[in-house]
Design a binder for this molecule. Sequence first.
Ligand code: SF4
Length: 365
Amino acid sequence: MLKNLSEVITLSKTYNIPTEDILFLDFSLSGVKLNCPYVRVRFKFIPENKLYFKISFQRNINEYFFALPTNPHSIYCIKNNHLIAKEEEIGEVECLANDTCDSSYPRRGGTVLNLNPIPKSLCHGCKFCHTILQDARDKKENLRDEISLRRFIKEWLKKQKKTDLSHLIQVAIVTGCFGDEEKLVEWLKMARKVLNEYKFNGELFYYGSEITKGGSLDEISSLKPFGLCISLECFEKRNLILRYTKRRLKIKDIKRILKEAMERGIRTNFSYILGIEPLEIINEGFKELKPYINSFPVINVFQLHQEQEDLRCKEALSINYYIKVRKMIEKIFEDKKITPRVWENYRSPWYLQFGRRVLDDIRVP
Ligand code: SF4
């Protein structure tokens, strides 16, 4: 999206935002040029260029992680394990790989485990989604029942060289594809039982739109600590943009579910795709939802893939839109003690700073 890296410095000074945050936002918006057959790539990034990473060096932040679309028109390219923009070297790239669709993966330095018991690669319908384009590795792995979950945990522990799951702070279930609320609740109950047998005592987290009934919330509240993130994604044109399981939930339903979840002591938030709706819709929507959440929403910058160009709203064709939204959301949540969690989102508008608050945590998987 940016034409030159000098704009990173100018925007950083104009808006008083760390250069890192502007640069990483632009990574998400631009993707990376790479001579490879992959639609997306993921990699560890080691900052090097002092011009852009002053704060990272001051705070001893030595590594970041990104998953980006490949784009032949991007100013960023990877050559000999270095990230380069217009001949200028920015940093080192490690563990460059095809960003496949997987049924399990770690986050936060292996202290969070994400599980997708139903293959996401089989799930289609949301216009902004890129899983349909990713190479699917998740079809081979099966986590649907108790036996397969136990088998998976044993293999995972072996790979991680651990004896139990007591080191995990969260197991996240990220799937919109169960297709049946009762089956989903039963799976979550089974998962809590099995995970606890392996000494897991962290948060069980569900990210999706398939928990809707008061009875289901009663059942999942018995699995606490529990976090519920409703995949809201957008406020308007939900019928046109979202797959059935998401669009059948109206904003009033989402407010009711979040409220009832909070009343049961569940951590609540929602997810949002940034780049498809105008500023005033975002402003109104976030203000309306604010009373119904007790943790920061997962805000994903919309990363453009083939045939998705029309989905980016007109305002979002400029990086200024994302900076304005960033400022707007910081203001909305100024009086609430919640901030983005840097390990749960690799395409966030925030990396080092949220308003005046410093963001810190483990940033790599
Ligand atoms: S629910 Fe939507 S965003 Fe999630 S995997 Fe399915 S199509 Fe993609």
